[in-house]
Design a protein around this ligand. Structure first.
Ligand code: ZN
Length: 83
């Protein structure tokens, strides 16, 4: 899977007018492999970098606000599930 690093501004362009809502929801529904080994609850993340993959999904890479472990959150823009 190819990933291309993009800026926050580019992510906003891709996500359109609902960007704030989508990013906010995405950043508070992250599974941390350290805090939530059974994936039964979610954590908040601090987003560090934004990537775009070859399916046009946006990938947020950041750290868990609880423990600082690296976490990744995918936003599936291809499916248009937020519109
Ligand atoms: Zn954590």
């Amino acid at each position: 899977m190819k990933e291309k690093k993009i800026t926050r501004e580019q992510a906003e362009e891709i996500l359109g007018e609902k960007v704030e809502e989508i990013l906010k929801i995405s950043e508070i529904t992250v599974y941390c492999p350290n805090c939530t080994p059974r994936n039964d609850r979610v954590v908040d993340m601090d987003t560090g970098e934004y990537f775009l993959d070859d399916l046009n999904d946006i990938i947020l890479k950041g750290t868990c606000q609880n423990c600082g472990h690296k976490v990744i959150r995918r936003i599936e823009t291809g499916e248009k599930q937020y519109t």
